[in-house]
Design a binder for this molecule. Structure first.
Ligand code: MTE
Length: 330
């Protein structure tokens, strides 16, 4: 992304992150999810508390329970290795290299943490993160993540639909859009204050997009609490849009009448539009969006995959954009 320099893969070995045996066990398990029988496997998994096998690492505690699942990547989508998903990140508050967030986000304090939900709603509320996490049953969902830069991953997120929060605060008729504001604390985030972006990192969705069941509030991944570099303690996942629409480390959710101006629009409006739906037919002004590099598939020289319309979620979300000119509304 502008003005990013892509240094490629971080070379930390899995054992630096989690003990090798645990890592291999988890990998095997996640491969099973990816091959298709996810529902039944997860059901027995939950029942037997097979999650205990993932002793995990002290830093990222396991989530207490994940009672249901909604896999939505298909058998062609192998789950991205945990190591890649947690060491190859975009989180500009911590730097613009892919390995910066892994190296420096650990210092961010994620407790106590509150999220204020306000604006055009009948019941504005400030939630403590622990309270927010209990608002609805946590689910594991396997989503594709397509970055606007042309790479992608497949990640098992843990959380629930954003609509669970929306229905509790009761938006009024004036709530046409939702604005997401993320933490911008220069004491904890070395790049906040730099000119890389106009901080805080702000993103937005149209109300019907925010209410769509696929739009997910995320508290964890790979059976564990979110690592800081992936947006702890709370981020968004909007799987049919480019990854930058999914703000990390959310502190405010605001219901507004006007379309929010996002951090990336302020930086380069002609490159990063408000909608930013994954679309192989609408190129970024500086590169094609027709194909993507799946992280973990053979490195920089691997054959690229074709990018799918709405990242493969067209059956679920296509109708949200019926009649819209997607070239104009990029
Ligand atoms: N959220 C914040 N606060 N700051 C960021 O720089 N980067 C975005 C998005 N959310 C970003 C952010 C981009 S460009 C992408 S592709 C995804 O986070 C990356 O998520 P991941 O690192 O968990 O894969």
């Amino acid at each position: 992304m502008h003005p990013i320099r892509d240094r490629g893969f971080n070379h930390a070995t899995p054992s630096e992150i989690t003990p090798q045996a645990v890592y291999e066990q988890r990998r095997q398990f996640l491969k099973t999810i990816a091959t298709g029988a996810a529902g039944s496997v997860l059901a027995t998994w939950a029942a037997r508390d097979a999650r205990a096998a993932f002793t995990g690492h002290g830093q990222y505690p396991k989530l207490a329970s994940v009672p249901s699942t909604l896999p939505s990547a298909n058998a062609m989508d192998k789950v991205t290795d945990y190591q890649d998903a947690t060491t190859y990140n975009n989180f500009y508050e911590f730097g613009t290299d892919k390995s910066d967030p892994f190296a420096t986000a650990g210092r961010m304090k994620t407790r106590p943490w509150t999220v204020t939900v306000e604006g055009n709603v009948a019941k504005p509320q400030t939630f403590d993160i622990e309270q927010l996490m209990k608002l609805a049953p946590l689910e594991e969902r396997l989503y594709r993540l397509r970055c606007v830069e042309g790479w992608s991953m497949v990640i098992p997120w843990i959380g629930f639909s954003l609509s669970e929060v929306i229905k509790r605060v009761q938006p009024t008729g004036n709530a046409k859009y939702v604005e997401f504001v993320t933490l911008a604390d220069p004491k904890q985030m070395p790049f906040v204050g730099s000119r890389v972006l106009d901080w805080p990192y702000v993103e937005g969705l149209r109300m019907d997009e925010a209410l769509h069941p696929l739009t997910m509030l995320v508290f964890g991944m790979y059976g564990e609490v979110l690592p800081n570099q992936n947006g702890a303690p709370l981020r968004l996942a909007v799987p049919w849009k480019y990854g930058f629409k999914s703000g990390k480390s959310l502190v405010k959710i605001r219901f507004v009448e006007q379309q929010p101006r996002t951090a990336w629009q302020k930086s380069a409006a002609e490159e990063y539009g408000f909608y930013s739906n994954v679309n192989p037919n609408v190129d970024h002004p500086r590169w094609s969006q027709a194909t993507e590099r799946r992280i973990g598939e053979g490195g920089l020289f691997a054959k690229k995959r074709p990018t799918l319309m709405f990242n493969g979620y067209e059956p679920q979300v296509g109708q949200l954009y019926a009649g819209m000119d997607l070239k104009k509304n990029y």
